[in-house]
Every structure is written in C-alpha cells, then in structure tokens.
Ligand binder design. Structure first.
Ligand SMILES: Cc1ncc(COP(=O)(O)O)c(C=O)c1O
Length: 451
C-alpha cells in the first residue's frame, strides 16, 4: 500500500538509508534554493551547508559559470552517446583536463560513468579484464579496508567495510576481502600513529600472502576514509601500501570520489600521501554535483593493455563495459566549468587552510566538552566522535545524542550531518573562517545543551 499517511513529503518516496517511520514523524526539510555555502528551505529559513550536499558541491551552490556552461550545452544538444563511433567535445575536453590534473599521478585515460559506485564498478571490471588480457586470469580478488565505503552497487558494496551497509545483502560477491583500517581512535594495537601504519600495512601484506598473491587483482582504499567516520591514516600507511602492491604486482586503486579535486587541501587525495595509484575513481566533486557524473582514471600500465593496433571494430581488447550516460555532455560541461573554478580560485588551497582552522577550533571545543572523544580530519573533511565520558564507550544508540545535536544545529541554521554519534563535516571549499566561527559556536551550543 502507498500513501498511507497524510504527509506528501514522506509518503511517496522511499528515502535512501532512512527509516520511513522516523521521516513520517520528522518530515524532511524541503531545500528550495542555494547560493554559495548557503541553502534556503521552503519556509525561507537559511542554513550553512556543512555537508556540501553530500560531500560534493565543492564550488558552492548556484555558481553562474556552471549554470551557464550547462545551458550553453543544452542549447547545442542535451545528450548523445559516446558508444559506437560518436562522441561529444565536452567529454573529450574533460578527459584531457582530468589527465592534466592527474598528471603527477601518471593517469593517461578517463572512463566515464554516472556516479561514484559506477566509477568503482568500472575500476573492478577494468582490473579483472586487465589481468585476463595480461594472461593472469587467476588474479580476480579485491582487497579493501574495514570501514571503507565504495558505493552501493553489488560490486562496490562487496568492497565496503561498513557492516550495516552489507548485512542485508549478504552473501556479497566472492573474492572480496577486507583488512584492518589504520584508525588511531579506539584501535586495540597501539597509540602510536606510525606504528599503527606499520601494523596495518603488515596485515595487508599477510592477507595477500594468505590469499595467494597470484589471486589478488587489486587493493582499493580511500585516501581518507569518509563515510566510515573520517579516518585519516598515518603518513607512512599509503607509501607502505604502494610498496606492498609493487612487491606482489597488485594494482592500487585510490577511491577519490570524496577526496578528488581538493578536499584534503591537495588537488588529489593520493597526492597528500605522495603516492601514485594505478587507478583513481572520481565522482561528486568532479562537477560539484550539478549533474551526475563519475570517472575512472588509469595510468599507462593499465591503459596499454587495452590499447591495440588491431583496427577491427570489435576486439577482445575493448573494455567490455559502459553506461548509457557515459560522457554525458551536460555533466561534462558542468565539470569543465566547475573544475575551472577550483583551479582559478585555488579552492584546494582554501580547503587546506580553512580546514586547518576548523580542526583547531573543534579541538578547542573538545577540550571544554567531555563528551567529545575525538576530533580528526584533513582539509575540509572532518570527523567529531562522541563517547560517554563515564565509560569511554559510545553512547547507547537509542539515546540519539548525535541526532539531538545535529537537529539543534539545523534549527539554528547550520547543517551538520551525523552518522550515529560521529559528525561528518564536509562543507564547500569556498567556506571562509567567518562561516567556521558560526558553525563551531552553534555546534558547541548544541553539544552543551544535549550533554
Ligand atoms: C569514497 C566513495 N566511493 C564511492 C561512493 C559512491 O558514490 P555514489 O553515491 O555517487 O554512487 C561514495 C559515496 O559517498 C564514496 O564516498
């Protein structure tokens, strides 16, 4: 049965990751417009968007340059396929731009899709076909991290390390295993960040040996884990992972869906760690969410297996994958305009600078409020975790402490997302320190009133 209640906002949509009963009692806020870091709802109330949509509206809402680019493309043609011998210039120009932006990482080709999960699916299929074409068909397994988030389609989900996302859909695909994530807060191994990096990298190596290196196709991880709770690995972790992948000839996939294009304060998340992956996945910030888009980039080592002098239209070397909306001209036009803003306005530098200020201000809040157990982050990717000060353990989930704080902030005009008792702060890169002050003061007030 549908439309049982009388709330238009919640009676027809089955909302993602949301309890329908809760939404029926707490109808979703209708966001009607946005400008810069601000949103306005249908009652005219204004908010600072502390989550940049869903960590994606990096250049801010309503940017005229992006809207103009989309309109101009719409006036030419809204869609045509890049399958079967046709293409469009926005997708060609965007692929060239992506290659230039990822030149330090050695990327040479872009494969387009419609979002982050699809970019990850493409990466997994790319590595499987890569090993087949290289004559090593046994290399099919994907290793990833516990608490990693790579999307919701069954392949991407199989690499996820977040139990509540996985459990209803088990059994997931065979050949996917997760290893320990190097998360300092609450880990049972050590208080030393570097040592933790060594321990967790060693665990990865032992898992590869256990699985049999010639069965492992790739290792995938986020440069900073996002939806798993903003987990910043130790500086030695990614370089060690790169060394281990090289030792066993395993492809390294950096899932840059959140970290790509500046969120950590460097144009690429991998660059922050000084590591060159073999494959990088992008979505979200690629065009600040104006039109859905995903991209999977590959370096020369991967690409060359698919490049052939064979001129037949159909060849076993063709990558056997593609979505209808691959290279969508509106999405690519939006990406060209949005990435120009990121470069022209040096927004990744701003994310680094304002993010450092934000982190420090939240650490000050932590020093005054015992229920804040951990504040962590890099650039404009920040996590704040609560714990019961009496036990040092997470609060009972039924107490809803995190939701109360988040609701209080929203009431006061600041949107800060909570995943249970972890707050995820991921604002647009155009954020200024004045916005930070307002957000932090509102957040502290909410913490004090909810404690
Ligand atoms: C690191 C990472 N990879 C993949 C995805 C999936 O992207 P999408 O929701 O666009 O499918 C996400 C989404 O949050 C993500 O954070």
């Amino acid at each position: 049965m549908t439309n049982q209640g009388n709330n238009r906002l919640s009676d027809s949509i089955l909302y993602p990751f949301a309890n329908a009963g809760h939404l029926a009692r707490n109808p979703p806020v209708v966001i009607e417009s946005g400008e810069g870091v601000y949103l306005t709802d249908s009652t005219g109330k204004r908010y600072i968007d502390g989550q940049a949509g869903l960590w994606n509206v990096n250049v801010g809402h309503g940017r005229p340059e992006v809207k103009e680019a989309i309109k101009a493309q719409l006036d030419r043609i809204s869609y045509y396929t890049i399958f079967g011998g046709t293409t469009n210039m926005p997708s060609v120009e965007l692929a060239e731009l992506l290659c230039r932006l990822t030149e330090p990482e050695g990327m040479v080709r872009a494969f387009f899709s419609s979002g982050g999960s699809e970019a990850v699916e493409a990466a997994f299929k790319l590595v499987r076909q890569y090993w087949r074409l290289r004559g090593e068909a046994t290399r099919t397994k994907i290793i990833s991290l516990k608490r990693g988030y790579h999307g919701v389609t069954l392949g991407a989900l199989s690499a996820n390390g977040i139990t509540p996302n996985r459990e209803y859909f088990e059994p997931l695909l065979p050949g996917f295993v997760q290893v320990e994530t190097p998360h300092l807060y609450g880990n049972p191994y050590t208080d030393d960040h570097e040592e933790l990096g060594r321990i967790c990298a060693d665990m990865l190596e032992r898992e590869i040996q256990y699985q049999g290196p010639n069965t492992v196709a790739a290792f995938i991880a986020e440069p900073v884990q996002g939806a798993g709770g903003v987990i910043v690995p130790p500086p030695n972790y990614w370089p060690r992972v790169r060394e281990i992948c090289d030792r066993y000839d395993i492809l390294l996939i950096a899932d840059e869906v959140v970290t790509g294009f500046g969120r950590l304060g460097t144009m690429m998340g991998s660059r922050h760690w000084g590591v060159k992956p073999d494959i990088m996945t992008f979505a979200k910030g690629i065009n600040s969410g104006y039109v859905p888009l995903g991209a999977t980039m590959m370096n020369a080592k991967v690409a060359e297996v698919f490049l052939t002098s064979d001129t037949a239209q159909f060849s076993p070397k063709a990558f056997a994958h593609g979505n209808t909306y691959a290279g969508h001209p509106l999405a690519c036009a939006a990406a060209l305009a949005s990435l120009k803003i990121v470069e022209d306005e040096k927004l990744s530098e701003n994310a680094g600078r304002v993010g450092a200020y934000f982190l420090q201000r939240l650490k000050d809040v932590q020093s005054r409020n015992k229920i804040i157990a951990d504040v962590r982050g890099q650039g404009l990717m920040i996590g704040v975790e609560l714990a019961n000060p009496e036990t040092g353990q997470p609060f009972d989930i039924s107490l809803g402490v995190g939701s109360r704080i988040s609701d209080h902030c929203r009431e006061k005009g600041v949107i800060i997302r909570n995943l249970a008792d972890i707050f995820i702060i991921s604002p647009p890169f155009i954020l200024e320190t004045g916005h930070v002050d307002e957000m932090v003061e509102t957040f502290e007030e909410a913490v004090v009133s909810s404690a």
